[in-house]
Write a protein of this length. Structure first.
Length: 205
C-alpha cells in the first residue's frame, strides 16, 4: 500500500496495532479523521489521554472504574453473597448486558496458560481467596471461557477455595466449547448464567 504522506503512514501504523483492525481499515479511519473538523481529532486525542491517565481498577473486584470502587461493588442493590469469577473486564460487560445476574464479580485478568508464561501468580486469585475469607460469600460461579486453559483455571481456584463452605457452580454449556464469553449472544449467555450447574458436574461433561 503506497501512502504518499509519512504523517498518514505513521498514523496508520499506530491504528493498525489495535485488535481487529488491519492496515486497510486503519487507512480508512485515518482518512475519515482527516475529513472531520480539527476539534473532533482534539476531543478524540484528549479522551484517549484522559482514559490512560485517570482510569482506575476496582480495589475489590479489579473491574475498570472511575473511582476507588466500581459501581457494581459499591451498589447496595447487588447480592453480596455471590461472586461470579470471570477472566476479563469484557466478560463483566457481556454478563451485565443480559440483566440475569445481580451478584458481584471478580476479574482474574486472564487464565492460567503455562505455554504463554501465565501462572496463578499473574492472576488476581490471591485477592479472590482473601475476599472469600473476609466477606460473607455463599456461592462462587465460574464463568470462564470453555477452553482447556479456562477449565484448568476453574479447577485450580476450586481446589484453593474448597477448604471453605461454599457452593460452587459453573455457567451451563450453552456456551460452546472453545467459545469466548464476549462473543456469545445475550440470550444464550443469560440462560447460561441463570441455568448454571454445580461445578463438580460441569467437570464431568
Amino acid at each position: 500500500m503506497d501512502i504518499p504522506s509519512s504523517l498518514v503512514q505513521k498514523a496508520v501504523d499506530e491504528i493498525a496495532q489495535l485488535p481487529g483492525i488491519g492496515r486497510r481499515s486503519a487507512l480508512r479511519i485515518v482518512l475519515h479523521l482527516l475529513r472531520q473538523p480539527k476539534d473532533f481529532s482534539a476531543r478524540l486525542s484528549n479522551a484517549v489521554a484522559t482514559l490512560r491517565e485517570q482510569i482506575r481498577y476496582c480495589i475489590t473486584c479489579h473491574n475498570i472504574s472511575d473511582a476507588k470502587q466500581c459501581n457494581i461493588c459499591a451498589s447496595p442493590m447487588r447480592e453480596r453473597n455471590t461472586i461470579c469469577v470471570v477472566e476479563d473486564i469484557r466478560d463483566v460487560m457481556a454478563i451485565e448486558s443480559t440483566g440475569q445476574f445481580k451478584g458481584l464479580y471478580h476479574v482474574l485478568g486472564g487464565k492460567i496458560a503455562p505455554m504463554e508464561g501465565v501462572g496463578p501468580q499473574q492472576l488476581s486469585i490471591d485477592a479472590l481467596i482473601k475476599r472469600v475469607e473476609q466477606e460473607n460469600i455463599d456461592e462462587i460461579i465460574f464463568a470462564l471461557s470453555s477452553t482447556m486453559e479456562g477449565d484448568t483455571t476453574n479447577y485450580y481456584i476450586f481446589k484453593k477455595l474448597s477448604v471453605f463452605e461454599l457452593h460452587f457452580s459453573a455457567i451451563s454449556r450453552g456456551i460452546g466449547v472453545g467459545d469466548e464469553l464476549e462473543y456469545a449472544d445475550e440470550l444464550t449467555l443469560g440462560r447460561s448464567i441463570s441455568q448454571r450447574i454445580p461445578f463438580e458436574i460441569s467437570m464431568k461433561n
